[in-house]
Design a protein around this ligand. Sequence first.
Ligand SMILES: Cc1cc2nc3c(=O)[nH]c(=O)nc-3n(C[C@H](O)[C@H](O)[C@H](O)COP(=O)(O)O)c2cc1C
Length: 576
Amino acid sequence: MLDIKPRDVQVALIAAADTTILRSRTWDRLKFEVEYSLQRGTTANSYLIKADKTALIDPPGESFTETFLHQMQESLELQQLDYVILGHVNPNRMVTIKALLELAPQVTFVCSKPGAIALQSALREYQNLLKIWLPRAEDTLYLGNSHQLQFISVPTPRWPDGLCTYDPATRILFTDKLFGCHVCADEVFDDNWKALDEDRRFYYDCLHASQSRQVEVALDKLAAFSAKMYAPGHGSIVRYSLSRLTHDYRTWSQQQKEQDLTVALIYASAYGNTATLAQAIAKGITKAGVGVETINCEFTDPAEIEAAVQKCDGFIIGSPTLGGHMPTQVQTALGTVLSTAAKTKLAGVFGSYGWSGEAVDEIESKLQDAGYRLGFDTIRVKFKPDDLTLQQCKESGTDFAQSLKKSKKFRTPSQPVSNSQIDRTAQAVGQVVGSVCVLAAKRGEVSSAMLASWVTQASFNPPGLTVAIAKDRAVESLTHTGDKFVLNILKEGMNVRRHFLKPFAPGEDRFAGLDTQDAENGCPIINDALAYLECTVKSRMDCGDHWLVYAVVDNGKVIQSTGMTAVHHRKSGSHY
Ligand SMILES: Cc1cc2nc3c(=O)[nH]c(=O)nc-3n(C[C@H](O)[C@H](O)[C@H](O)COP(=O)(O)O)c2cc1C
């Protein structure tokens, strides 16, 4: 059993004597959402500004209600709390908000207009108490002592009610879902920001790559403020790497815009479950080098949906089932799709349901009746997904992207040299050989494997090796820094290679039918292999269409004393 520290709320002053962070910390995985899958824990950051008036920014979700309110009461008489500012309103936060209202009925909530609608509908029983203030662009909120708060609306498909807050007194920009990462640690600030690179990129890829157009608009708006710190909703405060991270967000968003193929991912989600599936599917698509335009049809007008559907190369529709049907907005969007999208466009369907799931069936049959081809088997998930379902969603997204690339005969941009020169160069690169291995990885319940021959020893001390892993491989998501894997080195003439050459369905067990045993690190050893190495990932380097993973060998064994290592000889360096 791993010794995991208990959840707590860490409190620290972050500016002058009146701005405090309350970090609701969890050291283990908080939720089954794709952005938490690296399992480094997280912090739900709330902020308290105490001047003549007092404001709390972003109370945490229900996993922390009790500990958080207890901690708040240590810092403040709750009857003195004047404002609760909400960067976004979600169902998960409502338990804490209701408990706060019981203790501090005098508070005024500050949020965006879509946030207010969500708040009013979730707090019907507090209708008589509820005070909400909706700041317009030019409005400020004066708390005293130079804290003249400004508000910036930053709507995105996932958080249509997004609101950032700027405090000129401290030059802190409270950025909620922007510039965060899911890592739990004692450090409040990003002193060691280099070590956060991988997690920040992962967080962006999971949450923002599929809404990069709106993120760019948000970045433009935020650039008008001369912030010296970003105070995000998760992870450490961005103090030392502010310009670097802003630049990274610009670059990553630009990269999304430059993709040759795009998928319109159209969905609605009343309670967040379908949105969670959408996020995992989007991650699977973007990691395969295809862009995603996410459309939350509850907040998008039909003309915009029509334009996106016309422009896209494929579309995917997601819906919950409510009262035996899809929500009206999905119905309208489906009508737009059916009347707009060329029949040659690849389609996909997914959704969360409770017991009957009519919405997903209806969307699927309407698309099929209209003659659309589906890029993956329709995904139906009862209530919340688990980790295996999320993996299946990611792999379905990747399959969808790969089908699109194939059907569009997608080519990498031509190089400024003649075809014969390319052929000669590719032939030469093809003379590089590597051992044929099966890389088998497991994290929690999720395992995967792939055939790997771009493998080489990289260091004596510590004993280390590198493996190049294509970005669209399923196993890629299990080979982040800190992950464990087993490298099974195959023997010449054995059939294991053939087993791994066949295509696998999303989420399919890669080891079914093979003779395996668990290594000490929990990953599968293939008993027919010549030898195996148990490894821990130390770092990974972005190399165009591959990740180059450097791992340290923790231990290993030769299983068969006779036989030769299988070697992969190729005619060309332009494919495996
Ligand atoms: C008011 C209401 C009505 C529902 N009606 C149905 C239904 O008719 N059939 C069904 O399979 N699930 C039904 N459900 C369950 C939802 O489909 C399920 O909670 C799903 O996870 C919601 O997805 P979402 O979080 O994306 O909104 C209903 C849920 C609620 C709250």
